[in-house]
Design a protein around this ligand. Structure first.
Ligand code: FE2
Length: 234
């Protein structure tokens, strides 16, 4: 079963004037679609066909020979997640339990906002800024290119795409203004507070499983590297 481009959760004009319909037409209809089409082509007839997106991502991360599959699978996941992190009614501050957790883990919402903004602006080149949950604690992380919290054993709550294709048509090179607008007008806190399904109820078994898979994969990569070295020496 091939992966399909999920529809946007709102009309293309819904985020205007902050994100134009034209940006969404390109970002969703061209960029996101291209990642999915390429992923489907790459995995057709391989052992990855029929696997879940998360399993493909975990199986190909840190494996240079599978980098194309990883990049397209991770960008497929990242964009499907990102559309839900935007809302015409977004921005401002979360409420309830998520606000309490942000205040507890960052000191205040303003401090979180400042740190998230600095991280998003400081990500060199293409990438993503994330609010994540790690072992019950909220954190900010950035990833380059197609990177995502899943392969670090962390759970994504909210993300901002800082690839230029996310903002160039509307903001040109002013990433700072785009990130500020994301936080002020678009961030979908209602979505974030329900991430992941059951995060608050404890995702430790899944995280432990992910970490186990990552450790196993890194061990296998190290073995491959040792084998290669001994073959070269032999
Ligand atoms: Fe993007």
């Amino acid at each position: 079963m091939a992966f399909k481009l999920p529809p946007l959760p709102y009309p293309e004009t819904a985020l205007e004037p902050h994100i134009s319909a034209r940006t969404l037409q390109f970002h969703h209809g061209k960029h996101h679609k291209k990642y999915i089409d390429t992923l489907n082509q790459l995995i057709e007839g391989t052992a990855f066909a029929g696997q879940s997106l998360e399993d493909i991502i975990l199986a190909t991360a840190d494996d240079l020979s599978q980098q194309k599959i990883f990049n397209n699978a991770a960008q497929t996941w990242n964009h499907s997640f990102f559309w839900q992190c935007l809302s015409p009614d977004g921005g401002g501050r979360p409420d309830g339990a998520l606000m309490d957790r942000i205040q507890a883990d960052f000191g205040s919402f303003d401090k979180f906002r400042q740190d998230f903004s600095t991280a998003a602006q400081g990500q060199f080149g293409s990438g993503w800024a994330w609010l994540t949950e790690d072992g019950g604690r909220l954190k900010i992380m950035t990833t380059g290119n197609a990177g995502l919290p899943l392969t670090h054993g962390e759970t994504a709550l909210l993300t901002c795409d800082v690839w230029e294709h996310a903002y160039y048509l509307d903001y040109q090179n002013d990433r700072a203004k785009f990130v500020d607008t994301f936080l002020s007008e678009l961030a979908n806190w209602k979505f974030a507070q329900h991430q992941p399904e059951g995060a608050a109820a404890g995702k430790e078994p899944r995280r432990a499983q992910q970490r186990g898979q990552i450790a196993a994969r890194m061990g296998a990569a190290a073995q491959r590297s040792e084998k290669k070295t001994s073959q070269q020496q032999g």
